[in-house]
Design a protein around this ligand. Structure first.
Ligand SMILES: [Mg+2]
Length: 391
């Protein structure tokens, strides 16, 4: 049977939600993120991207590039609410949904033709369902592996739908080009350029052993695979074990510990709000790091009682980060996750309610409930707690 993967990606997710909820932001440059001096950009509208603003970049840099943009603090509880709605729709289309961040998921669509017709028709139906229910656009990429599907969704953004037919993977990676191949960052591009490699086709003329010799074991094998359209296995993790995680690939490798920490803070909030939204808790925090030489490591820690607040997740994740990373080691990808999640009802009953983080979680829950009722509640510290002291 032909293997079919969908990659679904919400277009400029946080910014699109802000533009949806606040008509005055529509059609304008909009930057969402931490607004304090040390904040980072969580997301930006397509209008802001035109000025060179991108996610993960320090906020002061975004202000310099696009001073006329509207700058808003994110509302993670609203985004996680919509995310859950979208993920529920995805589950109507496939029993195997692998959510890789708040706005991205893989669907194994193998063998679903009988239910939804050809993959392109299924994708159109899916886009229509999401649009009807949330008024937001998604881009869908279809391919024979997660690697191909992921690049296909990016190929036709925004509001995209692109399918790479089986057997056409090499032609597709050639069309995507070296710069936009998944996992290739600025530093890899320049090391390739130093060898005279400027196209995917040129890269393909190198044998695997030669690439490993030139770029190191991990990078060599990775490069050898991707220029042939072979999935290098970035997201091969089990799709079934229950975890909530997110990760971020930096357009330019990050060497600044503060930028890493601030991104970790935003991601800790993302996974915690998704956990609250799904009514689950976890006692295990994990981080994932990929360095510029493509080596990838992870670390995890388990605490005695369930984690009840984003700040607690952040504190543990930061400790893990500093156990694995030294300034100024260039980081290409950073991820954080909650593992072995379980129903929060059960876990909370087991607690003695004397944990200060428990109160914090109750507060976050209350904010969620009020927001859901449409009440305007300003709890500035929720998404970027550090800034209340600074700004
Ligand atoms: Mg997206």
């Amino acid at each position: 049977m032909e293997t079919v993967w969908f990659h679904v990606d919400m277009d400029a997710f946080y910014a699109s939600v802000e533009q949806l909820d606040n008509p005055e932001y529509r059609g304008k440059p909009l930057v969402v993120g931490g607004l304090g001096n040390r904040g980072v950009v969580s997301a930006c509208s397509y209008e802001a991207r035109a000025f060179g603003v991108h996610s993960a970049m320090p906020m002061y840099q975004a202000r310099k590039l696009c001073p006329q943009a509207a700058f808003v603090r994110g509302r993670m509880e609203r985004y996680s609410q919509i995310s859950r709605q979208v993920i529920a729709i995805l589950h109507e289309f496939s029993p195997v949904v692998q959510q890789i961040s708040i706005d991205e998921a893989f669907l194994d669509m193998t063998g679903t033709q009988r239910l939804f017709g050809k993959s392109r028709e299924a994708a159109l139906l899916l886009k229509k369902r999401v649009k009807e229910e949330t008024s937001l656009n998604i881009s869908v990429g279809i391919g024979s592996s997660r690697f191909i599907a992921k690049m296909a969704s990016d190929y036709d953004k925004p509001d995209g739908l692109y399918r790479v037919s089986p057997g056409k993977e090499i032609a597709f990676v050639d069309a995507v080009g070296l710069r936009k191949l998944w996992g290739i960052g600025e530093s890899t591009l320049s090391s390739l350029a130093r060898q005279g490699i400027r196209t995917v086709a040129q890269l393909r003329t190198y044998e695997e052993g030669r690439l490993r010799h030139l770029f190191g074991e991990a990078a060599g094998t990775y490069l050898w695979k991707i220029c042939r359209g072979i999935d290098p296995g970035i997201h091969t993790g089990s799709t079934k074990s229950h975890s909530i995680s997110t990760e971020m690939t930096f357009p330019i490798d990050v060497t600044d510990g503060e930028v890493l920490s601030q991104n970790l803070l935003g991601m800790s909030h993302e996974v915690m709000f998704r956990a609250i939204e799904e009514q689950v808790v976890s006692s295990t925090v994990a981080i994932k790091l990929r360095f510029s030489d493509f080596t990838t490591i992870s670390a995890q820690t388990t605490v005695a009682t369930p984690l009840y607040s984003a700040e607690q997740v952040y504190a543990l994740a930061k400790e893990l980060l500093h156990g694995k990373w030294r300034t100024p080691q260039p980081v290409r990808l950073l991820g954080v996750g909650l593992y072995q999640v379980e129903s929060s009802q059960r876990a909370i009953q087991q607690e003695l309610f004397d944990d200060p983080y428990q109160r914090k979680r109750e507060l976050e829950k209350t904010v969620l409930a009020l927001r859901a009722q449409g009440k305007q509640l300003q709890k500035a510290a929720l998404m970027h707690p550090k800034e209340t002291e600074e700004s």
